[in-house]
Design a protein around this ligand. Structure first.
Ligand code: UTP
Length: 240
């Protein structure tokens, strides 16, 4: 699904890849600026041959505010809004780490992100609308820009039959169809909910048949392979 890049006759056609970068990958616990530098450097290399779009999750920051707000009986919609702010804060941090390589405004809608595409810089955003997650945003963005694949850089290393951190007998999948992924995910959403991919996002990748790769986001070699469409250790979800 590569396309002609306007105003760049030498590049001709370039792939487009959306990375859904889990908040726990950007802010794992303690500060880890070294990781963000290495990530930025990898994205710099990968963006030479393809157009990159990164959608940042809210991670621990989002959960801290959502949990505090919930104690204060704040509505789910207002909690989601705080979650979105946390995702945009993470997006801004990554933009700053990327410097000139990235657009320096965090788009607040898919339309704004689409307008930033095709200019030779990495597009970095967070959430958009209450009731969604950044996985859902990644899928909607991938559909809007005609992406070749989505890489879901997450805190588990693949899709499992149940949460491997809680269930030692969880089955690990190398490959799934879109329908199998949807069946595994069900359709729950609550502010701060965490599954391996958002059910709404799964419906979007299924209807537009956008391959999805689920990988351990802290493993930068794995991320490099996934973004390039090379074989990975994680799970490939496609139309097979
Ligand atoms: P995340 O996408 O980070 O959700 O957004 P998550 O499920 O906690 O994902 P991980 O664990 O980082 O991978 C954080 C929260 O922000 C709100 C939701 O409340 C979500 O749980 N949010 C985010 C929205 O309401 N809309 C969005 O478009 C994005």
């Amino acid at each position: 699904m590569a396309r002609i890049i306007k105003g760049n006759p030498i590049a001709g056609t370039m792939e487009r890849v959306v990375i859904s970068l889990g908040g726990s990958i950007i802010i794992p616990g303690d500060r880890d600026g070294g990781f963000i530098k290495r990530l930025a450097s990898l994205l710099r290399d990968l963006s030479k041959d393809r157009e990159l779009f990164v959608v940042c999750g809210g991670g621990k920051t989002a959960r801290t505010y959502i949990n505090l707000g919930r104690e204060l009986d704040v509505s789910e919609e207002r909690l989601d809004e705080m979650g979105i702010m946390a995702t945009r804060l993470n997006a801004r941090l990554l933009q700053l780490a990327l410097g000139d390589l990235a657009e320096q405004t965090v788009p607040s809608t898919i339309e704004e992100a689409t307008e930033q595409a095709g200019k030779g810089r990495i597009v970095v955003m967070g959430g958009t609308t209450p009731g969604h997650t950044t996985d859902g945003v990644s899928a909607a963005l991938a559909e809007a820009v005609g992406a070749d694949r989505i890489v879901n850089a997450t805190s588990v290393d693949a899709v499992y039959s149940s949460d491997p951190r809680k269930d030692k007998d969880a089955e690990r999948y190398e490959r799934l169809t879109f329908q199998q992924l949807k069946d595994l995910l069900g359709n729950e959403h609550g502010a701060g909910a965490s599954g391996v991919f958002d059910p709404m996002g799964a419906s979007i990748v299924m209807r537009s048949r956008i391959p999805l790769m689920v990988i351990a986001g802290r493993d930068l070699e794995e991320m490099s392979r996934a973004v390039q469409g090379l074989p990975i250790k994680g799970t490939v979800i496609d139309g097979r």
